[in-house]
Design a protein around this ligand. Structure first.
Ligand SMILES: [Zn+2]
Length: 256
């Protein structure tokens, strides 16, 4: 593909980077990224991925914009209250960058539709807020060999990692880290626990960076480590994640 004159200008600050350049920008424009959840994590992620020129962005969310979302879900605005989040996000992203395609999926991701949906994308970013979706994405991204960039939030803390367990030894999955989902309602969601809105912004933005690195093949992946952001102490730390040979998703003989 050849960049247009408009694209040369729009992406000028990418193009002057040796690490991105014209070739990298073309990769971004040809890539397909699926963002699961247009909420606190999905909002900044979608904005930056659209601005960066990810050529096709899929958004999955079956929810509608509520006034309580607006404290952190910055892809939505007051006038969007009551609209489907995927439609509200599409409208905002089109204003940021009208040269990319937004594919909206106003469905709840479940075992019946996840595989067909994920198969159509190159990279998956999990911005969901529930364990059922997190484990479903873990299993299906492993099976389809799609990189999964996943983040999670608590009121003043965020976690982020990239999972590529299909690459074999040294590449754990989310289930290697947390074998089983916690009992229902043990870990409260943002709605119940509250969250400092900008913490979601930090984590969703970091997630966008890792998605762009994954598409560009740039720098060190978080694959094999968990990045933890502690907002109250203004610190980041990383812990290593070991691959569990007994992991029900990616351990042992997994080719069956
Ligand atoms: Zn695993």
């Amino acid at each position: 593909m050849e960049l247009t004159e408009e694209q040369f200008q729009r992406y000028a600050r990418h193009l002057i980077l040796d690490e991105v350049g014209e070739e990298g920008q073309e990769k971004l424009l040809q890539s397909r990224v699926l963002v699961v959840g247009a909420g606190g994590l999905g909002s900044p992620m979608l904005l930056y991925l659209a601005a960066a020129g990810i050529g096709t962005i899929g958004v999955v969310d079956d929810d509608r914009v509520d006034i309580t979302n607006l404290q952190r879900q910055i892809v939505h605005a007051t006038r969007h209250i009551g609209e489907l989040k995927v439609e509200s996000a599409r409208a905002t992203l089109a204003r940021v960058n009208d040269g990319i395609a937004i594919e909206t999926h106003p469905v709840r991701l479940g075992p019946d539709n996840a595989e067909a949906l994920i198969a159509r994308y190159d990279v998956v970013a999990d911005g969901s807020d529930n364990f059922a979706t997190r484990y479903l994405l873990t299993d299906i991204c492993f099976r389809l060999e799609k990189p999964l960039v996943a983040a999670a939030l608590s009121p003043f803390e965020g976690q982020l990692s990239t999972f590529r367990p299909y690459l074999g030894a040294g590449h754990p999955c989310y289930r290697c880290l947390f074998r089983d989902p916690p009992p229902p309602n043990l870990v409260p969601r943002c709605e119940e626990a509250g969250i400092l809105g900008a913490v979601a912004g930090v984590m969703g933005t970091l997630q966008a960076v890792e998605v762009l690195k994954e598409v560009l093949g740039l720098g060190d992946s978080l694959d094999g480590t968990l990045l933890i952001y502690d907002a109250l102490h203004a610190g980041f730390h990383r812990i290593r994640i070991a691959k569990d040979p007994e992991c029900p998703t990616c351990g042992g003989s997994t080719s069956c």
